[in-house]
Design a protein. Structure first.
Length: 143
């Protein structure tokens, strides 16, 4: 069995807008976007509230703003997949990252100021004294 893949909200919004492109009714949009009734109600309410869809003749019609939004979403998603492929290729070529061989994040999972690690050129480490916890807190934890 294939592992379940959850869609991001932006992907669901894209599916709803793409389904509504042909002035479809709610149940048709629900089926095309693969959503349940609770989710489709929430996404349709969001789209109507933000002037992406107009209720019309028992269905929904895309606005010009929705078409621009749909184009932007498709661009973002295509660039995101290209970025993921490039990052995967970089990991494959590098063979090892600071977090071990093979997979793992390319960038360190930190928002701290970084500096180049002298022992491993090209790797970044947290600058000294920039730990999230103060030295006093760290000392208490070690006791």
């Amino acid at each position: 069995m294939r592992p379940r893949r959850y869609r991001a909200k932006i992907e669901i919004l894209r599916d709803v807008l793409a389904a509504a492109k042909r002035e479809e009714k709610k149940t048709r949009i629900m089926g095309m976007a693969n959503l349940n009734t609770t989710s489709i109600d929430r996404y349709l309410a969001y789209c109507v509230e933000h002037s992406l869809l107009l209720p019309q003749n028992g269905g929904f019609q895309l606005t010009a703003r929705a078409e621009q939004t749909l184009e932007a979403i498709n661009l973002v998603l295509s660039k995101g997949s290209q970025l993921n492929e490039a990052m995967g290729e970089l990991v494959r070529l590098a063979g090892e990252t600071p977090w071990g061989r093979g997979g793992g994040p390319i960038l360190p999972p930190t928002s701290l100021p970084l500096e180049i690690d002298a022992a491993h050129p090209g790797w970044l480490t947290a600058a000294p004294g920039d730990s999230p916890a103060s030295d006093e807190t760290s000392a208490r934890r070690r006791r």
